[in-house]
Design a protein around this ligand. Structure first.
Ligand SMILES: [Zn+2]
Length: 158
């Protein structure tokens, strides 16, 4: 369909799916009103932006902190108007050690002057880079229903 110059709304939520995380189903013509169909429309978010560690980069097998940097790279290449101070950022992974491994990997690789800087808070399960505060969501289930529940549960509290 042609875009009739309708302005894009800012994203309230940006999700980045780690390679190991379950996938949401692709949207269809009738998904919007089908509560059983586990696509992005089941997320409790009016306008989410979804990235995935896949596609042209999947062969690289990014390490955990590289996944974070890939997410930040994608965020900095998103039109700034579409990201507001209210936008929330999440990485969804099945790896329960993701954030710890990311911090260890980052500490081992970075040099004093490495930019941008990442700062980790393992208790809050958060990593920050400049103005981006990214919360890590861990899911342990293969089920997309559980995945969406887990994400939706985190949204209002964050
Ligand atoms: Zn949908």
């Amino acid at each position: 369909m042609r875009n009739r110059g309708k302005k894009k709304q800012p994203y309230d939520l940006v999700l980045y799916f780690d390679a190991c995380a379950s996938r949401l189903k692709p949207c269809t013509n009738s998904c919007r009103n089908n509560k059983e169909y586990m696509c992005r429309h089941r997320l409790r978010s009016p306008n989410p932006l979804i990235f995935r560690h896949s596609g042209e980069l999947s062969f690289l097998h990014l390490s955990d902190f590289q996944v974070i940097l890939d997410f930040i790279w994608k965020l900095t290449h998103t039109p700034p108007k579409l990201i507001t101070p209210k936008t929330k950022f999440f990485i969804v992974t099945r790896d329960k050690n993701f954030l710890r491994d990311a911090e260890n990997g980052w500490d081992a690789k970075r040099k004093k002057r490495t930019q941008p800087k990442l700062s980790f808070n393992q208790d809050l399960r958060v990593v920050q880079c400049n103005s981006f505060i990214i919360k890590i969501i861990t899911t342990h289930s293969d089920s997309v229903v559980d995945l969406i529940k887990t994400i939706n549960n985190v949204l209002p509290r964050y």
